[in-house]
Design a protein around this ligand. Sequence first.
Ligand SMILES: [Zn+2]
Length: 562
Amino acid sequence: MTKQSKQDNLKIIPLGGLGEVGRNMTLLEYQGRILIIDMGFRMPEEDMPGVDYIIPSIDYLKNKQKNILGIVFTHGHYDHIGAVPYLIRKIWREKLPIFASPLTRGIILKRQEDFSHETKLKINEVYDGSRIELGPFKIEFFRQNHNIPDNLGLFIQTPIGNILHTSDFKFDQNPVNDLPTNFEKLRGIGKRKILLMLSDSTDAEEEGHSLSEKEILKNLEEIFKSVHGRIIAATFASLINRIQQIITLSEKYGRKVCLEGYSMKTNVEICKNLGYIKAKRETFISAKQIENYPPSQITILGTGAQGEAEAVLMRIASKEHPFIKIKKGDTVIFSSSVIPGNERTVQIMKDEIMRQGAKVFHYKMMDIHAGGHAKSEELKEMIKIMTPKFFMPIHGQYSMLVAHSQLAKEMGMEEKNVIVAENGNVINLNQKRIFIEKEKVPSNYVMIDGLGIGDVGQVVLRDRQMLAEDGMFVIVVIVERQTGKVRGSPDIISRGFVYLRESKELLRDTRKRVIGIVERATGTGGAVNWSYIKDEIRNKIGQFLFSRTQRRPMILPVVIEV
Ligand SMILES: [Zn+2]
C-alpha cells in the first residue's frame, strides 16, 4: 500500500474503554482532522489507595488542538462524560463545537460548575434525528434505550464509508418513563450500508436478553410490598431510570424520599427541571426530617452501591453519617451491579450493614441491578439489523470484547472483518479492509487525586501501596560534624509496621546497625556524602527489617548534622 492511500484511511483511536469498564473515549481521524466521541472516567482499582478516578491520557492530542473538529457525547453516564472537567482545558479553544442531548448537556454543565475555575463550556443540544456536520464527518443522532434517558447512538458518514456507534444500549419494548426501542428506525439506518459498527460489549458474556425496565420495576416493587421498615436504596447518581423507579414506588407505597449525596441531589434536580424525573414536590424530605415519620414511610436514596469511600452508603455503613444510622428493621437495596474490581469492597460493606441489623437485597438475589446493556441475543440482533461489513466491539473488559466478537462470527461475519482492539491502538479502515497499526499512541492511566490531575504517577502509587501494606519506618540520626560520630541513640518512629513496645529487641538491633552504617561512612568527619548514607540506611535497614519481619515498610532516613 502506498503512503498516499494509507493517509486516506479512516483512523479509529480508542483512548479508553477497551479492556476496561469505564473511561470511554474514542477518536475518529481522517486526514489529520479529529472527532472526539465521549470523555469518560473510571473508578480506581482496589490497589490504588487514595486515587479518586482514572481518566484517559490525551497526550496524542498534544499540539493538535487546531485539528480537533469537535466533541460529541452519547449519554450522561460518568464513564462517558466524567473526564470533561479534567481534560477540556487541555484541548479547549474558543468555539470548539460540542454536542450533547439536553440531559447529557445538563449533567456536564452542572459538573463543570463544580470546578469553578474551569472553562465555561458552550454545548449545543442535539436530539433523536439531529444532523450535524464537522469537517468530513456528517453525524446523525438516534435514540437508544439504556438506563438513563436521552441516550444517543451515532450514525456517521465519512469519506470512507458509514460508521455506526451504538453508544451503551439495550433493546427495551417496555421502558419506564421513556419510549420503547424504535426498531423501524434502526432498520432504516441498517439499510444505509454500514461499513463499520462499534458496539457496546458490557453484557456480551451474558446469555439471553436484558430485562426491560418494567420488569426491573416489578422486582423492586416486590421489595416495597413486603418491607415495613425503612428502605435505604443505593445506586449510581446517573442511573436515572432506577432513581425514577424508586421514587415512583415510594410514592405508591406512601413513603417520603430523602435524597442523600451531592451528585444524587444535583442529578435529580437537573432531571426534574428537564422533565426526565417525575415526582411530587412533597415527596422529598431532608435527612433531618426522617425522624418525623415512622420507618414504614421512609425511603433513603443515596449513592455508593460500589463501595465508594466517600459515598453515602459507605458513610452510613461505617457510622460516619451525621443523621442516618442503620437500625434493626432497615432494608438496604444495592441496585446496581458491581463494577469489576470493586467486588471485595462491596462485600465488606454488605457484611457490615448486615452486622448492624439490616436486611440486604443485592442484584444477584433479584433482578434489580443496572441491566442497562444489551445481552448476547440483543447484540446479535443489532448486528443483524445493521449488517456491517466490519465490526469492532467497544466498551468492556477484554473478555467481553472477545465474547462480542464471537457473537459477530456466529452471525456469519468473516474473521478478518472482526477486530478486537485495545486502548491506544490505531485502527485503519478503508473500504477493503480493517487493520491495526504496529505503533500505539499513549493510552496510560491518568490518575485523579482530589483536585490534582495526573500528579499521582506510578511512583506515588507504589509509595501508597507500600504504606498501606507495611507501614512506614522513620529513622532520625544526629551526627556530629566534626567527629562523624552519632550523638545519642537514633530515634525511631513507625506507623503501621510493628507494635514498637513489643519489638524492643528489633529496635535495639536496628539502632546498632544504623550507628554502624553512619560511622563507617563518615570515617573521621570532614566531607561526607549524606545522600549515600541515607541510601545505605534505606537499603541495609530495609533488608534487615525484612529478614526479621517479612515486611517491607517504607523507610525514611533523616540525618541531622550538628
Ligand atoms: Zn452508560
